[in-house]
Design a binder for this molecule. Structure first.
Ligand code: ADP
Length: 356
């Protein structure tokens, strides 16, 4: 059982750089939370404050209701898995996994059982006598996880654990972490800059930008109802297309496009009549139709889909992800419609709610 409560947490480094502003989050028991955002947005700083590796400048951190804001790292009962694995090169896999328990002077029979059980979960049983240098990157990452598992910590912390792996291994190790989470039912905090990892792993995502939490929600909530332009542009690949458009008499009018609004959409945008807003359209919501003409610049076949890059005739750049195998050539014109639209206030950058 482990719940975490992060209350109004700030981080101001000694050089007066404020890396984290008023971070609030209630992590439920057994929840896998992914902190995601671009490099430098304050994810690792937040994780390190939870681990006790960085001081918390303001605010409070509670573990199972107990204030641990000032507690030293070693007393927090958390285990961290780092990007660079941090394994001891001169020790075997077995010794690496047993190390923290040996240091705690646990009964050797108990240590043996715990290491074998973790090795079994992580498919490392046949590797126990090897040194880290004899293992693949993926296996080393599993040893690093094993070292955490044997300690049965209250909370697992992961700092970009997959970023040193190649694309294929990243995918399989990601699935292993997901299985591990299901099996251990442990509370986990996971940091990554990769929105795909966030979408595929998280129970809930915390999306950050420049030290500020932008949105907290399930992967589907962030994908389907992004709170603002930042989240809309960060979650989803290829990223959402954005266009400045004016709300005019039941339609959106922009450079090279006039898109009719449904009754619901008209209601949502009622107070924006005559104003310029930002229209967001995900590439996968662009379908063959008759509202907008794209002048194609390039065509990328992905197998099941085709990415069509170009410009709206007389307007801005656009990328569409069309179903099936298309063979458009540079200069071709394709007529499309948008089957889902997102609207954002141009000044606040917040989503205008109620979109359909
Ligand atoms: P992320 O993990 O999202 O890439 P970090 O938490 O590492 O971001 O960094 C957030 C901000 O804090 C960045 O501007 C970074 O330069 C700054 N920062 C990180 N560590 C320190 C430090 N030890 N001293 C001063 N500034 C730091």
């Amino acid at each position: 059982m482990a719940t975490l409560s992060l209350q109004h947490i700030d981080k101001i480094y000694d050089n007066n750089v404020q890396a984290v502003f008023d971070f609030n989050l209630e992590v439920k028991d057994g929840e896998l939370i992914v902190l995601v955002g671009p490099s430098g947005c304050g994810k690792s700083t937040t994780l390190r404050m939870v681990a006790g590796l960085e001081d918390i400048s303001n605010g409070h951190l509670l573990l199972d209701g107990k204030d641990i804001t000032q507690a030293p790292a070693k007393d927090r009962d958390m285990a961290m898995v780092f990007q660079n694995y941090a394994l001891y090169g001169h020790m075997t896999v077995y010794e690496n996994m047993a190390f923290s328990l040996t240091m705690r002077k646990e009964d050797p029979n108990v240590i043996h059982k715990k290491v074998l059980a973790a090795a079994e979960i992580l498919n490392l049983t046949t590797q126990l006598n090897k040194k880290p240098s004899q293992l693949s990157g993926g296996q080393r990452q599993r040893v690093a996880m094993g070292r955490s598992i044997v300690r049965t910590p209250k909370v697992f912390l992961f700092d970009e654990p997959l970023s040193n792996l190649d694309a294929k291994l990243r995918g399989s190790t990601r699935r292993e972490i997901l299985l591990l989470h299901k099996r251990l039912k442990a509370t986990m905090l996971y940091v990554t800059h990769d929105q795909t990892e966030a979408l595929t792993l998280a129970d809930r995502i915390v999306c950050m930008s420049m030290g500020h939490v932008q949105q907290v929600g399930t992967p589907l909530e962030l994908y389907d109802t992004p709170a603002n332009l930042f989240v809309a542009g960060f979650i989803g690949l290829p990223p959402m297309n954005f266009f400045d458009v004016t709300v005019k008499g039941g339609a959106l009018v922009g450079k090279g496009m006039t898109v009719k609004l449904s009754e619901d959409q008209k209601n949502t945008l009622r107070s924006y009549e005559g104003k310029t807003i930002v229209l967001g359209v995900r590439p996968e919501n662009i379908v063959l139709g008759d509202d907008v003409t794209i002048k194609v610049t390039s065509n990328e076949n992905l197998g099941m889909n085709t990415l069509v890059h170009g410009n709206i005739k007389g307007g801005d750049k656009i990328t569409g992800k069309l179903r099936g195998w298309c063979d458009y050539k540079n200069g071709d014109e394709v007529k499309v419609s948008f089957d889902r639209m997102h609207f954002f206030d141009k000044e606040t950058t917040n989503a205008i709610r109620g979109e359909v």
